[in-house]
Design a protein around this ligand. Structure first.
Ligand code: NAD
Ligand code: UD1
Length: 339
């Protein structure tokens, strides 16, 4: 009987790139997604790019019966759990929706996994669980905190999964703490397709470059950083996808739970990103300096050595790759998957 890896949220930005990486590595992949923030077109393109079939199921992780049906029909060896809502601002307006979707959804997923004795789980956590870290680069052992319901939901899920492993040590769980995913597959066929006005820097820059938005607002130039603008650890989504493959391989051999940073270890400022984007792609990115965004921190980048030691993984892509691949996707698909 064929074994499958189940990707919850497999049609999303990181899920679709990971699906491509996994099918190319020979895995059979099932995506389970409610398309609340994605399009079925993404996985159609993954199928075209890979020449492989992906089983796509429309469903919500809070729907225990729907998940049970999937686990009954297919032999699932592991789950990579991307499904979740991720807009910080929206989470402060709709906290119950975020806790229900992210936290209750994860509990339901784990309950079904447990019932079918599937105990290998890769969870999409985030550097947001470090709150405003006292020291950079940030180690996995750094204190955790959260300042908004989105961040709280990620932190709560980490705590729930830690308790689960304490109670049932035969689980194998990786908490992958992503830093700032950017970029796109080098084909330009799949990429990040945010709804409405982008919250994050890279999609905003690329929408300005393509003429959809007038100019970028740089949120503050008075931070204690080299040029005064915020510093982040931008990681190419293709490197990030490969980190999931390595985590799945690791879970084959190890029980217990590990939190692992997925970042480059290098921080770039907002102006570094704007300059790299316009220089590499020969396109103008008009910007103005505006006020700080409430809740933002000055500097956040990973100490990435644990991933190298445990998973044998480190990033390969450069800043130029990140901005070039973002632009290829954006310019070929000015309206995302509706182009
Ligand atoms: P995304 O919104 O593109 O993908 C999430 C996918 O999950 C979407 O396809 C959405 O339709 C689906 N989904 C949401 N709720 C669902 C539910 N209840 N049932 C079934 N499907 C559901 O986001 P992404 O950028 O690909 O992020 C993937 C994961 O990584 C998320 O959990 C996110 O919080 C986390 N993460 C993302 C970033 C980032 O900057 N992109 C950073 C750190 C962590
Ligand atoms: C945001 C989220 C964080 C989440 C992360 C990855 C907030 C407060 N935090 O973090 O929880 O884990 O995304 O998805 O939303 N910037 C501008 N102008 C813009 C947009 C951003 O100057 O229009 C700056 C920001 O001030 C920051 C940097 O660009 O310095 C990166 O911003 P963003 O892409 O939103 O990521 P984070 O702030 O790291």
């Amino acid at each position: 009987m064929n074994q499958y890896v189940l990707l919850t949220g497999g049609a999303g930005y990181i899920g679709s790139h990971t699906a491509l990486c996994l099918v190319r590595a020979g895995y059979n992949v099932i995506s389970f997604d409610n398309y609340s923030n994605s399009s079925p077109e993404a996985l159609k393109r993954v199928e075209q790019l890979s020449g492989k079939k992906i089983i796509t199921i429309t469903g919500d992780i809070r729907d225990q019966a729907a998940l049970t049906a999937v686990f009954s029909q297919y032999s699932i060896s592991a789950v990579v759990h991307f499904a979740g809502l991720k807009a910080v601002g929206e989470s402060t307006e709709l906290p119950l929706h975020y806790y229900d979707n992210n936290v209750a959804g994860t509990v339901t997923l784990c309950r079904v996994m447990r019932h079918f004795n599937v105990k290998k789980l890769v969870f999409s956590s985030s550097a947001t669980v470090y709150g405003d870290a006292k020291e950079v680069p940030i180690k996995e052992t750094s204190a955790r905190s959260a300042t908004n319901p989105y961040g709280q939901s990620k932190l709560m899920i980490e705590l729930i999964l830690e308790d689960l492993v304490k109670a049932e040590p035969d689980w194998s769980i990786a908490l992958l703490r992503y830093f700032n995913p950017v970029g796109a597959d080098s084909s330009g066929q799949i990429g990040e397709d945010p709804n409405g006005i982008p919250n994050n820097l890279m999609p905003f820059i690329s929408q300005v470059a393509v003429g959809k938005r007038e100019q970028l607002s740089v949120f503050g130039n008075d931070y204690p950083t080299p040029d005064g603008t915020g510093v982040r650890d931008y990681i190419h989504v293709v490197d990030l996808a490969l980190g999931h493959l390595k985590a799945l391989e690791y879970l084959e051999q190890h029980k217990g739970i590990e939190a692992i940073n997925l970042g480059t270890g290098v921080g770039y400022s907002v102006l570094d990103m704007v300059n790299a984007f316009s220089t590499t792609n020969q396109v103008a990115v008009p910007y103005k300096i505006s006020a700080r965004r409430p809740g933002d921190i000055a500097s956040c980048y990973a100490e990435p050595s644990k991933a190298k030691t445990l998973l044998g993984w480190q990033t390969e892509k450069t800043l130029e790759d990140m901005v070039r691949d973002t632009w290829r996707w954006q310019s070929q698909n000015p309206n995302g998957y509706q182009s």
